[in-house]
Design a binder for this molecule. Structure first.
Ligand SMILES: *[C@@H]1O[C@H](CO)[C@@H](O)[C@H](O)[C@H]1NC(C)=O
Ligand SMILES: *[C@@H]1O[C@H](CO)[C@@H](O)[C@H](O)[C@H]1NC(C)=O
Ligand SMILES: *[C@@H]1O[C@H](CO)[C@@H](O)[C@H](O)[C@H]1NC(C)=O
Ligand SMILES: *[C@@H]1O[C@H](CO)[C@@H](O)[C@H](O)[C@H]1NC(C)=O
Length: 313
């Protein structure tokens, strides 16, 4: 790659939102297409939204609050910094990698799962918990949210179809956008495009290329052990750091063009991770709803009328 031949005027982008917004919105749609009707009722009631968008519409909320005064305490909840040694060895160790004070995505998913089920909490607290669960299941499936190297790849400058970006951004956004196509349309109408992609992935899960894998995707899901479940999903995401994100180490991709051969290998992993995240999120929300029996579906009249949870903090 002849670096000098490229225009390097633009400031390096350092967006830290996992899966950009688009991946999260797709995961929300995917889950809402797959969950059972009782779960739909519960979550639509909790989130005050009876449209098809009730999950997709809250999927990026956690990224919008992490930089606010209210939500600052959640900024460490989106990832786990695995101090492994890619590409030679990949692994996640909760004792080593989950920060004592700031927390991590594994303990955060467990915490908000428990809070979503806690009927002693206020309804708005439980709505907040639901939004975090939707988001953190997504984050766990982005390989670089389970990796410490160069701040999850934020410090690794690369090129993608000529644009100067960092590796984290490429895995959050660029690969997904190229895979789905649509260019600027995708940024202008993310909900429509995400819905269409989610419908395609549902077909692949139900009768297409993922139909045989999907049973295995739920192997680790155990509502009695949410930390163990999240840790298994984090380990799986982290394993792709060795196999696909950094197969030849960091130095082999610094300042290199990743829109070609690298993209060809990465795209199927990204597609499968998004499909898994949506499928697992649906199953997880179904398990949560089933554990609540019928109680949760019969909110008292006051609860039905309680004001919307803080949606736009
Ligand atoms: C439901 O969510 C969607 C997406 O966020 C939003 O556009 C719509 O206005 C919401 N509907 C209600 C009734 O709140
Ligand atoms: C659990 O959630 C509560 C409420 O948002 C928060 O105060 C607490 O820090 C969270 N704990 C963990 C381990 O994420
Ligand atoms: C689920 O987790 C609980 C609590 O750790 C454990 O006792 C149980 O054996 C687990 N179930 C399965 C199927 O692994
Ligand atoms: C939905 O809830 C009803 C009433 O509690 C229950 O009878 C039914 O089995 C539930 N359906 C599923 C799929 O869990």
């Amino acid at each position: 790659m002849r670096l000098s031949s490229l225009a390097f005027g633009a400031a390096a982008v350092s967006v830290a939102d996992a899966w950009g917004g688009f991946g999260h919105i797709t995961i929300g749609y995917l889950a809402s297409s797959l969950i059972n009707p009782n779960t739909t009722t519960l979550l639509q009631t909790l989130l005050h939204n009876t449209t098809d968008f009730y999950l997709a519409g809250v999927a990026t909320w956690a990224d919008s609050v992490r930089y606010t005064k209210w939500g600052r305490f959640t900024s460490g909840f989106h990832f786990i910094d695995a101090k492994d040694n890619p590409p030679h060895s990949c692994n996640v160790d909760i004792e080593r990698d989950c920060k004592q004070t700031a927390g991590c995505v594994v303990t955060a998913l467990a915490n908000y799962t428990t809070r979503l089920m806690d009927e002693s909490l206020s309804r708005s607290e439980r709505a907040i918990a639901a939004k975090f669960v939707v988001h953190f299941v997504g984050d766990l499936h982005q390989p670089l949210h389970n990796e410490d190297v160069a701040r999850g790849g934020n410090g690794i400058p690369v090129l993608f179809d000529g644009a100067r970006l960092n590796l984290h951004h490429v895995w959050d956004t660029s690969i997904v956008e190229k895979l789905v196509g649509g260019g600027r349309g995708l940024r202008r109408k993310p909900y429509e495009m995400a819905k269409r992609w989610a419908e395609e992935l549902v077909r692949e899960i139900e009768g297409g290329k993922f139909s045989r894998d999907k049973e295995g995707w739920l192997k680790a899901a155990n509502l009695s052990d949410p930390v163990g479940t999240a840790l298994e999903w984090a380990r799986e995401g982290n394993s792709y750091v060795c196999s696909t994100v950094l197969p030849d180490g960091v130095n082999s991709i610094v300042e290199q063009e990743l829109g070609g051969e690298y993209y060809q290998k990465a795209a199927p992993v990204v597609e499968a991770q998004i499909a898994k995240a949506g499928y697992r999120l649906a199953a997880w929300l179904d398990m949560i709803t089933a554990s609540l029996h019928a109680q949760a579906l019969t909110w008292t009249p006051e609860e039905r009328q309680s004001p919307s949870p803080p949606g736009d903090l």
